[in-house]
Design a protein around this ligand. Sequence first.
Ligand SMILES: [Zn+2]
Length: 332
Amino acid sequence: MKTGVAYHDVRDLRHVVEDLRDMVAHHCNFVVHTFSETDLTYYTRTMKEICHASKDLGLEVYIDPWAVAGVFGGEALSRFIAENLDDRQILANGKSAPAACMNSPRFRSFMKMWTETAAEAGADVAFWDEPHYYMADWEAGSPEEAWACHCAVCRKLFSEKFGRNMPAGMDADAIRFREETVADFFAELCEHARKCGLKNALCVLPNEDPRRGISSWNALASISSLDIFGTDPYWAIHGLPLEEYVRETTRKARMLCEKHGLELQMWVQAFCIQEGREDEVMRAAEILFEEGARNIAAWSYGGGGWTYVRSENADKVWENIGKVFERLQRSV
Ligand SMILES: [Zn+2]
């Protein structure tokens, strides 16, 4: 039984080691270290020390391109998209979006460099988290007029593939093009990660939605160098019924794992939990287990540490994660 937690931001080894010990005390046997562009630019030696300290305590190490280039999930800023204006996604309305284009050769090279650095830091598994196109409805503008990507590279590839210009509206060809782009990007990235000695874990957004990137998880689950696949049905932030949403989403992900011979990894929301709802994190983990997940992770350490993600009673959330992880460990 694998149980783990995501960990971000703390980069002072004295405090990190204290937290890693606390994870072990809360029955975790793996940790997902975020490895943002700030880490990549300024903290590579520190990340190596953090990865080694994690392993010394018996934790398997996943490493996550946290919010890198606006393409992956996370609360961190991107330098790549500030420095490489020609490699950003272009929206249908012509505006440049704060996210890198997955067809940009420069961005693909950058991600390979990220992967090599992550492997050198001592990680075991590359954790590709919530890949997505720029989400206009998360910021401003309707998705119909503000979908990506209309950059020169994408427009050229589109016309070669479909024999016509890229449409202004998101039609069936555009959806297919977007999905094939994401799948091609990850196929190349996963292959490179495998060559670097890393396993590949992919966590897709919990809803299959063409506006956000992919209408069928199957296109990603079928990537040949993928090892682990799953998703993060965060019921509380989406205001969805825990029991039904978590169970149904897990079933769907498990079917794909069985089809493609992948290990199922599912996530428990352990951030932004409202006061009085702390027991729900235990119930969620139990449902994941009942539906066959034997690799369960919580986002994030301590119930979410800082303003944007902190649970109202973060200590109670973290205590409950420890309790349910202990129970699940004992039940197998
Ligand atoms: Zn593009």
